[in-house]
Structure formats: C-alpha cells, structure tokens
Design a protein around this ligand. Sequence first.
Ligand code: NAD
Length: 334
Amino acid sequence: MKKVIVTGGAGFIGSNLVRFLIKKKIHTIVIDKLTYAAVPNSFKGIKENKYFDFKRIDITDQKKINSILEKFKPDSIFHLAAESHVDRSIIAPADFISTNIIGTYNLLDCSYSYWKKISQKKKKIFKFLHVSTDEVYGDLKKGDRSFNEKSQYKPNSPYSASKASSDHLVRAWNKTYNLPTIITNCTNNYGPYQNPEKFIPVVIMNAIKEKKIPIYGDGMQIRDWIHVQDHVRGLFEVMKKGKVGKTYNISSKCEKTNIYLANLICEIVEKKMGKKNLKELIDFVRDRPGHDRRYALDNKKVISEIKWVPKIKFEVGIKKTVEWYIGNSNLWKS
Ligand code: NAD
C-alpha cells in the first residue's frame, strides 16, 4: 500500500487515520467537502508533509472524483466521508441521503470505472474499504448477545438507515461487478479531534466551562466505546489482511452507560482542573426520538482473522482524551 485516498479525511476518524498513514509513509490524498463537521486545523503539522495531499471535493461530484482517480491512481480507498450526527439526521435527513447514499454510490461507480482500466497487477492490490457503524444493526436489550457480522440489519434513525443503505450498495458492487470491497462496522469512537457536538466532547467541554451537561432521558443508554486510534489501526489491518467481499466488526467490547461516562468525565475534569461538584451540572433532558437503548458488537472475527486487538484501555484513553481537550481549547473553541 503506497498511495491511498481517504474520503472524509478532515473529520474525526478520518484525520486520525490520515496522521496514522502519513507516519507509515503512505502517500495519502484526502477528499473532503469540509462541511461543518470537518475538524478545524485537522491538518495542522501535516500540511507540508510530502506524503499528504488535500482536495476539497464533494463525493457526489462524479466529474471531480473521476479526475482525481485518473490523476492520482490510488492503490486503495478508505471511504469515511459521511454525515454522521444522529440528531442532525432527525432534523434534516436530506444531506444524509445525499452524502451517505448518493455519495457512496458515486464513489463506487467511479471506482469501478477506474478499477476496470488499471493493470492486472494493480487490480490485485486495489481495495475499496467502506467504513460503517454498529448502528445499522439497530439496538439491543440488556442481556442480549452482541451483534455479529451475521446479524440482521435493523437501522432505526435516518443516519443509521442511510449508512445501512450504503453498506448494501458496497456489497452489491462486489457481488455484481466484482469490485474488491470490504466493509467494517465499528462501535462508538472517542479520542482527540472529535466534533464538539458529539456526546463525549459535549460532556468534557461543558464540565470545563461549568455549564449544564445535557443527558438524554434517564442516561441509561449503553454504548460500546473504542478509542479512535484502535479503530484506525483496525482499518489499516483490515485493508492489509481483510478478505474481499467480507464484513468485519471492530469493537473493544467496552460497554458503558451514558450516565456512568458523564460522571466519570466530571471526576476527571475535577481532578485535572481543581474544580468541584461538576456532577451537579448533569441535566436530564427529553429523550431523542427512536433513541437506541444499547449497542454492542462481537469482535471475534476481526481478532481471529485479522489478528487485530484493541490496545487502549478505556480508563487510560478517556483520561488522555479529557487532557487533550483541556490542552487544545483554542482548537475546539473556534
Ligand atoms: P465526522 O462527521 O467527524 O467527519 C465526516 C467528514 O466527512 C467531515 O470532514 C466532512 O466534511 C466530510 N464530508 C461530509 N459530507 C461530505 C461530502 N458530501 N463529500 C466529501 N466529504 C464530506 O465523522 P466521523 O465520526 O469521523 O466518522 C467517519 C466515518 O466513520 C463515517 O462514515 C461514520 O459513519 C463512521 N463511523 C463513525 C463512528 C463514530 O463513533 N464517530 C463509529 C462508527 C463508524
């Protein structure tokens, strides 16, 4: 793997992946529309790197995507560009349909045209890795077994339904046209460079600013958390060793209720910043419509077939994440 395209490389997971690839001296071209979700200064310190390139492009733009593929001739594509916030998908689903479904269709179509033309040698290397979410499986009750790669898709929000649709398109482009695709479905990510409107950054930043910390419903929703750097390493390993046409679930098997997490973050901020009584800021607000109760993914397949294991312990990762937000206040305040 010498030259890759990363779509959505200015976002939370994408920017962490780009840093990882550049460290490995893999020439990386980022395609990103730079929506509100792009991380400000996400390319700080790497803009001048000879392995880094950036093109501001909408993934629904067929002409520009074709032209990039022709010019750059990537060995592989990591597809992360998406509208990703469930709350926004409830208020304004149109962008989710456009980017997540039409945009993925466009990338597949352009990739197929490109792939048909390249040499046999390059054809064998090429992979299109589609990065998706555990939310496509719907939700679980307490005590239910975790979802695995054979679980039925039952998405509940416009976001998860649009991601489920894109997963189906990716599968179909492999089955119908033999395009070498792989799908990964991952659990909730946390870590540096996450958009300030997502759950963990909201809790951290409100605790720092001593503002009310909104928690949906009773706060007993369970999410399965993974550090973004474990996810990124998983994507790289799946790209290298994953079997074409297959799906791999990526998870750290780390289930926490939202209220547990909010309390823990308050304790960490109290210790780090010498503040007191931050838990009193927790404010239970009206629940999100169709709010999934529990997500949990089985990770046996990725461990046995890819030999990937999560390395970052949640207690360590979350402390470091809080420290990162405290130390980078200039970045997220903008
Ligand atoms: P993000 O919202 O932080 O970043 C998305 C990026 O995509 C942004 O930089 C944005 O500018 C770009 N983008 C949006 N629409 C675009 C378009 N039409 N054309 C080009 N670029 C566009 O998202 P994230 O949290 O980094 O997630 C990345 C991927 O991983 C998504 O596909 C998401 O579904 C998936 N995923 C996320 C999580 C998570 O916990 N964050 C978990 C599992 C899977």
